[in-house]
Design a protein around this ligand. Structure first.
Ligand SMILES: [Zn+2]
Length: 255
């Protein structure tokens, strides 16, 4: 349903070397060697085709960087830790894309803005000690995965925990007051968006009230923070609303 709503280009798989910039070789070996459906944590199942799917999803994120596009991928990535799957995520697509931009495109500073309703704990973990990547997350808190609470930050990490029930005005105010000034101060050459749509008012997994217009505005304001922007799909669990929400964000990125 999602892919039918857009003009899409098929991606090519990321390489093992590109994944190893963010993930432990032993963990990738484990994913590659799965032969039957296996629970990797209490809500993350993977099977014999999952490694290929993860390579393709990460590869699409790299193509999005190259083209200034939007990687419409599953599985999502922002909970994936260096050596562990978590929360439906196997490989951290946006993190692999950021390291690709640094290592292969010669960029010096990349910022990631994560507006998925859940905290991007995997992305935060990968870049916590990396001064070349700025990470900012807006998310429902307290909520899964439990991280990203008040005061959890460093020079290149900003967390904006928001109470359940927050809507467009709350998100945009938090974006303008907390996220935008911090990202601007970092002067990123590329902005990557971990674009989840599970903060939508109709999403079944969370309790926020963002509308399509809110996502469009978040996208527009994100794109204004750097000379280049690309997006990677994270959560969004109502297949009936997802195409229109992605469409609203795409419009915002182009404005
Ligand atoms: Zn999410």
């Amino acid at each position: 349903m999602l892919l039918e709503a857009f003009e899409v280009l098929e991606g090519t798989p990321a390489s093992r070397e590109q994944l190893e910039r963010c993930h432990a070789p032993g963990y990738l070996d484990q994913l590659e060697s799965l032969e039957v459906p296996t629970m990797l944590d209490h809500d993350t199942v993977a099977s014999e085709t999952s490694y290929e799917a993860a390579l393709l999803a990460a590869g699409c994120a790299l193509a999005a960087v190259d083209r200034g596009g939007f990687a419409l991928v599953r599985p999502p990535g922002h909970h994936a830790l260096p050596a562990r799957a978590m929360g439906f995520c196997l490989v951290n697509n946006v993190a692999v894309a950021a390291r690709y931009a640094l290592a292969e495109l010669g960029l010096g500073r990349v910022a990631i803005v994560d507006w998925d309703v859940h905290h991007g704990n995997g992305t935060q973990d990968i870049f916590w000690d990396d001064p070349s990547v700025f990470f900012a997350s807006l998310h429902q808190w307290p909520f899964y995965p439990g991280t990203g609470g008040p005061g959890e930050e460093n020079e290149t990490t900003v967390n904006v925990p928001l109470p359940a029930g927050s809507g467009d005005e709350d998100y945009l105010l938090a974006f303008d007051e907390r996220v935008a000034p911090a990202v601007r101060g970092f002067e990123p050459e590329l902005l990557l968006v971990s674009a989840g749509f599970d903060a939508h008012v109709d999403d079944p997994l969370a309790g926020m009230r963002v509308t399509a217009g809110g996502f469009r505005e978040l996208a527009r304001r994100s794109a204004a923070l750097a000379p280049r922007v690309a997006a990677v799909l994270e959560g969004g669990y109502d297949p009936r609303t997802l195409p229109a929400l992605v469409g609203a964000a795409v419009e915002g990125f182009r404005e």
